[in-house]
Every structure is written in C-alpha cells, then in structure tokens.
Design a protein around this ligand. Structure first.
Ligand code: SAM
Ligand code: SF4
Length: 259
C-alpha cells in the first residue's frame, strides 16, 4: 500500500503501537518510502505503559524502535521521520518528562501530546481528561516539558496546530468545535469510498439515516474527489460548521474529544 501511494506522489504516514516493528518490517517501511512513522507511546515506564495500553510490551517496543532508528542511521535513510505520540491523561502525565528523555536518548526529534478523547469507558473517562481541568502543577509540568524540548532541539506540539499547554487551556466558548481546521485541510475516505469530514465522523451516529444524510459527503467510486471536495454537500457542511449549528458530530467536538 505504501509503495503504491508513494508511486502516486502521496505523502504517507500512520500511527502504530510499534509492537511488530521488527527488522524485516522496518526495512520494508524504509524501502517503500514511508514519510512518517508515528509511534503511540502513552507511558515512560513498563508499568504505566502496561496500565494505559493493556499490554506489557514497553521493553519490546523500545528495543524495536531503537533498532529501527539505528538501522535508518546506518543506511543514511532520512525517512520515515519517527515521532512519539503521547495521549495525556491524569494517570500518565507524570511520565511525560521521562518520555522526553527517552526520545532524546533514542534520537527521536518530535514528540506530540494528544488530548484524551473520552466516552466513559476504562481510562477514557472524563476524570482522566486534562482539557480545561488541568491543575496548576499539571500545566506547569507540561510547560517545563516545552522548555526542555526547546533546549534539546525536540519539536514538542499538540496534535492540532497549537502548543501542548494551549491545547489544554484554550477555550472556544459557545462554539467549541470552531478551532478545528479539518473541514478545510483534510478529508477522510472509508474503504467503501464514502467521504467524511474526519476520523471521528464514523462514530456515534444514532441511525444509518443520520450517517448517510449528515456525515457522508460523497463517494469516490461515484464522483471524483476534487468534485466532492468543492461540491454542494461539502460546502453546506462547511457553511453549517461556520454557523452556530454545525453537523451533529461537530457540535460536541472540542468538549469531550479533540480535533
Ligand atoms: C487510530 S489510533 C491508532 C491506533 C494504533 N493501533 C496505535 O496504537 O497507534 C490514533 C492515535 O490515537 C491515540 N488514541 C487512542 N485512544 C485515544 C483516546 N481515547 N484519546 C486520544 N487519543 C487516543 C492512539 O494512541 C494513536 O496514537
Ligand atoms: S467532528 Fe470534530 S474533528 Fe471532525 S470536522 Fe467536526 S469539529 Fe473537526
């Protein structure tokens, strides 16, 4: 899939838990020309990682990743860019400084802090969320991590376009979805060709009718993507997005999940 997309000139990336990143697969990723490899890493110790992710694989993943970065170096391969993606919650925030040390030691130059999307299941619960609920010490910890990363030449960002501290405190008031840029910058296509506004759109609808009428903005097997992107349905989705009455999936966005 990666080689196919690269042959068509596409920028290719994906997130992975890194558990299966052995030498053979790592080499195949380099050879295919993958642009970015985003490693999900929700702890900096074996215990916290196992608690958050439900699998005791911390040591194996770090062996895999260190070997992968070393293999890239040995081959002078500048791609894929390897980054760490940390889903921040009350339970694991204290691990963030150590995670930055791990990134530094492994020669990983980018760390991202994602806000927790929660739906009251397991750790994905409101009491774990730091968004507009972070205590002063928690914000201070994130601010110090921003500083450390600046000193070490590591890019440290939030998953959107903002800084980690800002991603926890900024408030879009009555229109919490309005900080999202996805309606203008990207699109999401399912294997059946349906075009949706983002990766959240496939979830949480109450009926097939709502999904089809409110969320599906076109189908690439029926119409070229450029026409869908500029088409009437996408434009009216964007107009609603800019009004006080966006599509239902957008209306809750920015409150209990991130964009
Ligand atoms: C679709 S998931 C990728 C799943 C892939 N198997 C992995 O582990 O990287 C994309 C990103 O969302 C993160 N993620 C998972 N659950 C989340 C949640 N409840 N809130 C915020 N981010 C979450 C994952 O850690 C991953 O970095
Ligand atoms: S659901 Fe959220 S992420 Fe998706 S387009 Fe709407 S506001 Fe953006």
């Amino acid at each position: 899939m990666i080689s196919y997309l690269k042959a068509r000139g596409t920028y290719v990336l994906f997130n992975s838990n890194g558990i299966l990143l052995n030498e053979k697969r790592g080499q195949a990723l380099i050879d295919a020309g993958l642009d970015e490899y985003r490693l999900s890493m929700d702890g900096a110790t074996r215990e916290v990682y196992a608690h958050v992710r439900g699998v005791d694989a911390f040591d194996k993943i770090w062996r895999n990743v260190r070997a992968f970065v070393a293999m890239q170096r040995a081959q002078d391969a500048c791609k894929p860019a390897v980054s760490l993606w940390f889903t921040a919650m009350r339970e694991n925030l204290q691990d963030l400084p150590k995670l930055i040390d791990l990134a530094s030691d492994a020669g990983i130059k980018e760390v991202y802090m994602q806000r927790l999307v929660y739906f009251e299941e397991g750790l994905a619960a409101s009491k774990q969320s730091l968004f507009r609920r972070a205590a002063r010490e928690e914000l201070e910890l994130v601010r110090r991590c921003e500083e450390t990363c600046r000193e070490r030449g590591i890019t440290f960002s939030a998953a959107g376009t903002t800084t980690p501290v800002q991603s926890l405190v900024r408030d879009f008031g009555e229109r919490p979805w309005s900080g999202c840029r996805r309606p203008y910058t990207l699109t999401y296509i399912t294997s059946s060709g349906n075009v949706l506004s983002c990766c959240f759109a496939p979830f949480g609808h109450k009926s097939a009718k709502e999904y089809k009428e409110e969320r599906v903005l076109g189908n690439v097997f029926q119409e070229p993507i450029a026409e869908i992107w500029q088409g009437e349905r996408y434009q009216s989705f964007r107009s609603a997005f800019e009004s006080d009455h966006p599509a239902r999936h957008c209306s809750q966005c920015g409150l209990n999940w991130s964009y």
